[in-house]
Ligand binder design. Structure first.
Ligand code: NAP
Length: 309
């Protein structure tokens, strides 16, 4: 392997341009050399329309990062692992649990790194929140994750297709934080999913969750929020209350704002990925995906107004 990990990127869309490209360029030990995307082209690297074409033409690649929508993620990751590449998956790691479990086995067999990233876990206030909760007993928690899909996901029709997760596309970020800061296993008690009559995936959802000890956790996700946007998690314990806001960037304890330092989700994830590859380790936690899968498996589906962008 050359001194720097030679990286290919699949799916040059919003998150790849907004976060991955800048983070890669700031991370020592890794270098972007190729991109595979059906239409988009990146400057300064070799471009391909399709991942198979990139893998065939770039045998020296060490790793591939998957930034396409979840539906085509498995086939691309499977091809990359078969070609001997380490793989970095954007969230969600796949459209189904079986697909991600298959990737874990394939990567293990080849001794390759598989990193299922959950970027919200790297938000500035998440590690301090986890530390504060250690040793405290959770009494109840609530997630309020409400955003305007037209503002944050313009043109992303895949979100409302089957396998696109709908409102769980952002909602799974909240669940990734919850399952990081709360150490007890969390189970789903009930779910209600509102699906636009002309779409396949929910535009809003309510989950009733609980810890194995029985502490209740309510989650409300809504893609129809105009005006104030809300990405909050509140947690009440036997020794005080915590509020994570702005998607995990801000923390207040008993109403007092805490200084958690600057944001830096994607640079931190790339540093972690370089370390994983150097030590030939994988990092895949399916807990957030399982909760979403269980909501689809056992939830009550309610048709609602058609959605037009
Ligand atoms: P996006 O803007 O729609 O970009 C996805 C890109 O994937 C498209 O531009 C398209 O490229 C490419 N693509 C589509 N089908 C493909 C295929 N079969 N093979 C290879 N590339 C394909 O979506 P996004 O917001 O970047 O989201 C992508 C993933 O990142 C999702 O899993 C999402 O949950 C995650 N994510 C998004 C955000 C966010 O804020 N947007 C934040 C964190 C994580 P062409 O333009 O070339 O056709």
């Amino acid at each position: 392997m050359s001194p720097k990990i030679q990286l290919g990127l699949v799916g040059l869309g919003k998150i790849a341009r907004d976060q991955h490209l800048p983070a890669i360029s700031r991370t020592p030990g890794i270098e972007l050399v190729a991109v595979a995307s059906p239409h988009a082209r990146a400057e300064g690297v070799r471009n391909y329309a399709e991942v198979g074409e990139m893998l065939a033409a770039e045998p020296h690649l060490d790793a591939v990062v998957m930034c396409q929508p979840p539906q085509p993620r498995f086939d691309a990751a499977r091809q990359a692992i078969a070609a001997g590449k380490h793989v970095f998956l954007e969230k969600p790691p796949g459209a189904t649990i079986c697909a991600v479990e298959a990737l874990i086995s394939l990567a293990d067999e080849k001794g390759l790194t598989l990193f299922a990233s959950w970027h919200s876990r790297y938000a500035a206030a998440v590690a301090p929140a986890r530390a504060w909760l250690a040793g405290r007993t959770l009494r109840r928690a609530a997630i309020t994750w409400k955003e305007d899909v037209r503002r944050w996901h313009p043109g992303q029709t895949w979100i409302f297709d089957a396998g696109g997760f709908g409102v769980f596309d952002p909602g799974i970020n909240a669940l990734s934080i919850l399952t990081e800061v709360v150490r007890d296993p969390i189970v789903l008690s009930a779910a209600e999913l509102e699906v636009p009559s002309n779409r396949a995936a929910p535009i809003a959802a309510k989950l009733a969750l609980k810890t194995v000890e029985g502490a209740p956790i309510e989650a409300v996700f809504d893609f129809r929020q105009t005006g104030l946007q809300t990405w909050n998690i509140s947690i009440e314990t036997n020794q005080g209350e915590l509020l994570l806001s702005e998607g995990g960037d801000r923390l207040a304890i008993d109403g007092v704002a805490q200084d958690c330092g600057p944001e830096g989700e994607y640079p931190a994830m790339y540093r972690h990925f370089v370390d994983l590859v150097q030590h030939r380790r994988s990092d895949v936690d399916l807990a957030p995906l399982r909760l979403v899968a269980d909501a689809f498996l056992s939830g009550r589906f309610r048709p609602t107004d058609p959605f037009e962008e």
